[in-house]
Design a protein around this ligand. Structure first.
Ligand SMILES: Cc1cc2nc3c(=O)[nH]c(=O)nc-3n(C[C@H](O)[C@H](O)[C@H](O)COP(=O)(O)OP(=O)(O)OC[C@H]3O[C@@H](n4cnc5c(N)ncnc54)[C@H](O)[C@@H]3O)c2cc1C
Length: 453
């Protein structure tokens, strides 16, 4: 028997207990700490590690509309959707500001493929919300990327013009807003320019838990929360042995949907998918405020000084706001606060004062609103050296599949990547026929690239 995993010596990467409380988890679903059976089953066709958007979407695509469904076990170290998916901005759009980099490094076809993929994701998620009746506040809207510096406004305009010139078809859905109207249209004080594009906002925890509840109701999926995978090894008879503190399971195939924690159970990803700690907040306005703020008509990006220091904001239908980012408050300080850090049980306190005034400082009419932070939390993303996730069959490992490492922007990538992984497994397809963008394929070559320390 050969082991592919690290022995747990206490320094290993894993989802820690007592995680900070995100707004999204303020209203828990009955499936949150669910176990289908008291004991772990002995074996299964497919074992999925991680019950975030990646793991649950993979299970969905493996089981939905499948007349001969495989036996599936879903193992989750903590509660359902307690990782990055339960802690993010609840927001997806096709991030066209990446396009120039993709064109430069991989060519125009790869850029077109990526952007159309991101775009179709929004409609695919909207469709499943409708098909499965998921009550998750899904709103199809427009994302307003605003630039607060002249230099970044000029850069955005230059990129937009280049993308028009290349003739990338997704650009039809992007609208450039010049300096003349940027502030008025966005409501963002001092906006020097920007772009708008189609976006979907939703309550990610409700999407994931309700989708999983549908599967539990109508399929034989076995869900086991509070069951951390310690190691995955191969036995001589071709099975994988998945070890947990509650016993071992034999699995024909294993799907690593463990995002920022993947290196803890698949050492091949050590320094290839690195955990990074981010922070996010929920801001609310007192009901009796004498100065109610205007309705926010979009979701927003606030580029204080280029995309590396961007805040993102999602107005909630109840008048609250989700705001994430605040990177300028902590990323230039002690790197251990966030880099190679998988501890989401503590806050990044430096961010609090930024979030406390972000609405008053940046939005017209919010100055006297009394808006204040009522939830502040942290979460762990998986960071890769080339900014793209690792997806597909893991090289050198028999029957191991992965979808992880989305670099803080997994929402527009995951649902259809999971569909592609499910197709690879269900139909025994090569990666190239899975529908997943080519640049996400995990390869020996990409596995040589370490994340810079
Ligand atoms: C603060 C923050 C804000 C973000 N904002 C946005 C945003 O606005 N837009 C966007 O697109 N993306 C955003 N992201 C990124 C996005 O949340 C992620 O890309 C996405 O949720 C990843 O989903 P996942 O299912 O792959 O990972 P996760 O949701 O992290 O799920 C992985 C699961 O695997 C489990 N697990 C890991 N190891 C083990 C193990 N050994 N045994 C058992 N279970 C294990 C974990 O407990 C976890 O539940 C943000 C992330 C953070 C942290």
């Amino acid at each position: 028997m050969s082991s592919n995993s690290k022995v747990d010596d206490g320094t290993n990467i894993f989802p820690v207990p007592n995680h900070t409380l995100p707004y999204w988890r303020s209203d828990l679903h009955e499936i949150d700490s669910y176990r289908s059976t008291e004991q772990l089953p002995k074996e299964c066709d497919i074992l999925i590690i991680g019950a975030g958007l990646s793991g649950v979407s993979t299970a969905y695509h493996l089981l939905d509309d499948n007349p001969s469904p495989p036996s599936i076990i879903l193992l989750e170290a903590r509660e359902v959707c307690s990782g990055a998916t339960g802690r993010n901005g609840g927001h997806l759009f096709a991030p066209h500001s990446y396009v120039d980099k993709v064109v430069r490094e991989y060519g125009v076809d790869a850029a077109r493929e990526l952007m159309l993929f991101c775009k179709s994701q929004m409609f695919a998620m909207k469709s499943v919300v409708e098909k499965e009746n998921l009550d998750c506040d899904a709103v199809l809207t427009r994302y307003f990327e605003t630039c607060l510096t002249q230099s970044f406004a000029e850069e955005i305009k230059k990129h937009y013009d280049e993308q028009l010139k290349i003739g990338l078809d997704f650009i039809q859905d992007v609208d450039h807003v010049g300096p003349k109207h940027a502030e008025k249209l966005s409501g963002v004080k001092g906006a020097k320019g920007g772009t708008t594009t189609t976006a979907l906002q939703l309550w990610p925890y409700k999407f994931v838990t309700q989708l999983l509840a549908c599967l539990v109701k109508r399929t034989s999926i076995n869900v086991q929360t509070h069951t951390r995978v310690l190691s995955v090894s191969n036995s001589d008879d071709g099975w994988n042995i998945v070890t947990t503190p509650r016993g071992s399971i034999r699995a024909r195939k294993v799907v690593f949907a463990s995002n920022g924690y993947t290196a803890g159970i698949s050492p091949i990803f050590e320094n290839k998918i690195v955990p990074i700690k981010l922070t996010c907040s929920h801001i609310s306005v007192p009901k009796d405020t004498p100065s109610p703020p205007p309705h926010l008509s979009h979701t927003y990006g606030l580029n204080f000084d280029g995309p590396a220091l961007r805040d993102y904001l999602i107005p909630r239908p109840d008048g609250g706001v989700i705001c994430g980012g605040a990177k300028s408050t902590y990323m230039k300080g002690d790197k251990n606060t966030w880099f190679n850090n998988f501890d989401d049980s503590t806050l990044i306190e430096q961010a609090r004062s930024h979030f406390e005034t972000v609405m008053q400082d940046n939005f017209l009419g919010w100055e006297n609103s009394g808006a204040a932070v009522d939830y502040l939390w942290t979460g762990i993303i998986g960071y890769t050296s080339d900014s793209w996730p690792h997806c597909g069959k893991i090289p050198r490992q028999e029957n191991h599949f992965i979808l992880a490492g989305y670099n803080g922007a997994g929402m527009p990538l995951i649902f259809l990547t999971a569909k592609g992984i499910a197709r690879m497994i269900r139909e025994d397809l090569p990666f190239e026929e899975s529908g997943i963008p080519r640049i996400f394929k995990t390869t020996e070559e990409r596995l040589k690239l370490d994340v810079d320390r």
